[in-house]
Design a protein around this ligand. Structure first.
Ligand code: UD1
Length: 423
């Protein structure tokens, strides 16, 4: 358990570098199983989700070391199952299914289960792997996959699922012949995965569009990649600047991946400018209402940035409708924000926010990764001290969020409690 102490009312100033992307690196770590040698990932963020993915690789008999660079040696894996405890540490562990099938021809895992955001089915992942020739049995909470030889196929996803697209791309690399994935997710993280698979020698085209074509191949001996900037972490710090007021510059950012977020901030009256690798924001006074915030698959407004934009709008002069189209329990942070004095009416999948003039410090409980970060952001704009109890959610996705905010002048400190210490 971590306890965040945030004292609001201090404008943010300065510059910080955006961390490497969590959602880009996790599928690449899983895909490294395809490599019969070593993978080197630079700009890999230090996150507990990265640790969980690395622990899965180690359990499978691979070696990994993270200092400045994450070095993975996948020369001699020794097993093809993932135990329940490891599967449950990270919802994205399901992304190991495709790579394990590709490398070993079999995989035994447990169902990753639901999560804080509601039901998280994996039917599309299993459909894609079955299309490629995998025989899959599901018994209670266990999933067994076998393939005596994967073969190229047409895969039409009913929804553009990010994880199912990634699993299909990776497994298709080991299939005989060509695979076409229709209605593929178009998120930038899919392009990163394509880039990594190409360094292994894959013939793969179309990432970033709804149709991806993969031709099976024999992987080359070593691979590497620089992890791109994390677009949601960038959105987080921009929203923190709106909550606290001030002027900050993000370096090593990718503004092209943040178009709907930057547009919303612009409509809120913030001065946002972007150049190659940089985003600058100046936010003073109460924001204006940006209109409805409707989450959609990329290139639409990202669901992961919705809690952050809600935090940034708590003191808006006007009302803002949030409509969530991706996850059923996306608004759990809203009840906590009400403790700060926020005016939010919840009618999932909608939330109607009416901006208030002032917020006051409160004790809150972080409900999930982005919701937790949004509470920290909201507390920066509240008078007095807030305390946020967090069961390790924020560390899953942010590399030193407290340090970054302090570098920008915020009064934030975080203590890690032992499991039985009182909050
Ligand atoms: C990824 C991101 C997550 C982000 C989400 C949507 C990672 C590690 N996580 O999650 O941060 O919020 O994309 O941009 O990259 N669905 C099904 N069946 C399936 C798979 C998904 O019905 O088999 C549904 C989900 O319940 C959800 C929607 O499809 O409603 C989108 O989910 P998906 O794109 O798969 O998200 P993730 O890959 O889990």
């Amino acid at each position: 358990m971590s306890i965040w102490h945030v004292t609001g009312g201090r404008p943010l100033r300065g510059r910080i570098r955006v961390q490497g992307s969590k959602n880009a690196v996790l599928p690449v770590i899983a895909a490294s199983l395809l490599c019969p040698n070593e993978t080197e990932l630079t700009n890999c963020p230090h996150l507990s989700d990265v640790d969980a993915a690395v622990d899965i690789l180690r359990y499978l008999g691979c070696q990994a070391r993270q200092e400045d660079v994450l070095s993975i040696d996948t020369r001699s894996p020794s097993r093809c199952d993932i135990p329940k405890e490891l599967m449950h540490r990270m919802r994205s562990s399901v992304i190991f299914l495709g790579p394990m099938l590709a490398r070993f021809g079999e995989a035994e895992v447990s169902v990753p289960g639901g999560c804080e955001l509601g039901k998280r089915p994996i039917d599309l992942h299993l459909y894609a792997l079955r299309q490629l020739g995998a025989e899959i049995t599901e018994q209670e909470n266990a999933i067994s996959c076998r393939a005596t030889g994967l073969r190229g196929a047409e895969i039409s996803l009913a929804l553009p699922s990010v994880g199912a697209t990634e699993n299909a791309m990776i497994a298709a690399c080991a299939a005989e012949g060509s695979t076409v994935i229709y209605n593929a997710a178009r998120e930038p993280e899919i392009e990163t995965l394509q880039e990594y698979l190409r360094t292994l020698g894959a013939e793969i085209h179309g990432a970033g569009s709804p149709v991806i074509r993969v031709t099976g191949f024999s992987p080359r001996s070593a691979a590497g990649l620089r992890v791109p900037p994390d677009r949601i972490a960038a959105a987080t710090y921009l929203c923190c600047a709106v909550c606290a007021g001030g002027e900050i510059r993000l370096t090593d950012a990718e503004p092209r991946h943040l178009t709907p977020v930057l547009e919303a901030l612009h409509k809120m009256g913030c001065a946002v400018s972007a150049g190659p690798g940089e985003i600058h924001i100046a936010a003073h006074g109460r924001p204006h209402a940006p209109g409805a915030v409707v989450t959609r698959p990329y290139p639409g407004f990202p669901t992961d940035a919705s809690p952050l934009l809600m935090a940034a709008n708590l003191r808006t002069a006007g009302t803002v409708m949030f409509i969530e189209n991706i996850f059923e329990s996306r608004f759990r942070h809203a009840c906590e924000m009400q403790k700060l004095g926020a005016d939010i009416i919840l009618r999932p999948p909608m939330a109607l926010l009416s901006g208030v003039e002032t917020l006051h410090g409160a004790r809150m409980f972080s409900p999930d990764l982005r919701g937790g970060a949004a509470l920290v952001a909201a507390a920066l704009g509240a008078e007095g001290e807030s305390i946020i109890a967090d069961l390790g959610h924020i560390a899953r996705g942010y590399d030193g969020m407290d340090r970054c905010l302090r570098e920008l002048g915020a009064e934030v400190w975080m203590e890690n409690l032992l499991p039985d210490e009182p909050v």
